[in-house]
Design a protein around this ligand. Structure first.
Ligand code: PLP
Ligand code: COI
Length: 343
């Protein structure tokens, strides 16, 4: 079946689970990952003692497959996801999944679910969710003796409603990560900590919570589901520097593109919540979020508005066009950023 034949409203997909045809699964036992296989079964049968269930020994990645104008499929910097996942595994003592096998698994899952890759121009993409979990019989707080690596795929549209229409965010009173904690690793516990603040934010009609640095609560760290960026009034692209935020692949790509493609100054540095006035534009960036403009931020001192609450700012628009242009194959990106899926 082709994407066109599926009864899916590709233009209006949100970000929710849809069971697609195949997922990849590999088991680690006795010191090695097995060769892995594709399966139609989306249920996992694991021990009730699995460390992933009790102690959060789990990590994941998020990446996307993009349909190009000529019908091919692109992956965006998948090697970076493979490497980041290895670091996440290392931080919580799980065996690293080999980069080559990770890339083969991604290729296999996209290929097997080709008809789920949304059409070019629909604004939707095929989201890929690799994860590693500690499984096997266990009780104490220590590394598991067995692990599962798996990748599934789900067609998705916008993560934040409105897309390029700005939305508002709120500074959370909660912390997402600790100074020497796991904030820089993409591990389950960070996301568990962000569920309550995220729901609180949405209940109050904000798109998501923004966290401050856990040590001083004076600097912007990141959104629960994406990194933060700002564009200063004199045109510098800025993202927060912090050892407790996720090293976002989108963020590093934007830092590079702002500097090398748009000729802007681009820097990673402290962003003080009391100095939001330095920015004319702001946004959330990430694989799911892509680039989502921030209209304003609710802080404890009041509401701070940026460029406009209804119109995307000019620099944010340029960055969006450039990033998505590269991802969908319309613009030539830096060498090695795009990997084609061999269909
Ligand atoms: N920060 C958090 C907490 C995230 O969950 C994500 C999403 O992956 C990001 C930042 C953005 O990272 P990336 O651009 O690699 O998707
Ligand atoms: C992604 O963008 O891939 C993420 O991991 C964020 C997601 C959990 C909403």
């Amino acid at each position: 079946m082709s994407a066109e034949k599926r009864e899916i409203d590709w233009e209006n997909l949100g970000y929710g689970y849809i069971k697609t045809d195949y997922r990849y699964i590999s088991y680690w036992k006795d010191g090695a990952w097995d060769e892995g296989t594709l399966t139609e079964d989306n249920q996992l049968h694991i021990s009730e003692g699995s460390t992933a269930l009790h102690y959060g020994q789990s990590c994941f990645e998020g990446m996307k497959a993009y349909r190009t104008k000529d019908g091919r499929i692109n992956l965006f910097r998948p090697d970076q996801n493979a490497k980041r996942m290895q670091k996440s595994c290392e931080r919580i003592m799980m065996p690293a999944f080999p980069e080559e096998q990770f890339l083969e698994a991604i290729q296999a899952v996209v290929k097997a679910n080709e008809s789920w890759v949304p059409p070019y121009g629909s604004g939707s993409t095929l989201y890929l969710r690799p994860f590693v979990i500690g499984v096997g019989d266990n009780l104490g707080i220590k590394p598991a003796t067995e692990y599962i690596f798996s990748v599934f795929a789900v067609p998705v549209g916008l993560y934040f409603k409105g897309g390029l229409t700005p939305s508002n965010f709120i500074i959370s009173d909660y912390d997402r990560a600790a100074p020497q904690g796991t904030g820089a690793a993409k591990v389950g516990g960070n996301y568990a900590a962000s569920i309550l603040p995220g729901q609180d934010a949405r209940k109050r009609n904000f798109s998501d919570a923004i966290y401050l640095d856990p040590a001083t609560h004076t600097k912007i760290e990141e959104v629960g589901s994406a990194n933060f960026f700002g564009v200063t009034k004199d045109g510098t692209f800025v993202t927060p520097y912090s050892p407790s935020i996720l090293p976002s692949i989108t963020k590093y790509s934007l830092l590079y593109l702002a500097e090398h493609y748009l000729g802007m100054k681009a820097e990673e540095r402290d962003v003080y919540v009391d100095n939001l006035d330095e920015f004319s534009e702001a946004g959330a960036c990430g694989t799911a979020a892509v680039i989502s403009p921030i209209g304003g931020i609710q802080t404890k001192d009041g509401f701070h508005a940026f460029h406009s609450e209804t119109e995307v700012g000019p620099v944010t628009q340029k960055l969006y066009d450039l990033l998505t242009g590269i991802q969908f194959g319309d613009v030539e990106g830096p060498e090695g950023w795009i990997r084609k899926v061999e269909i």
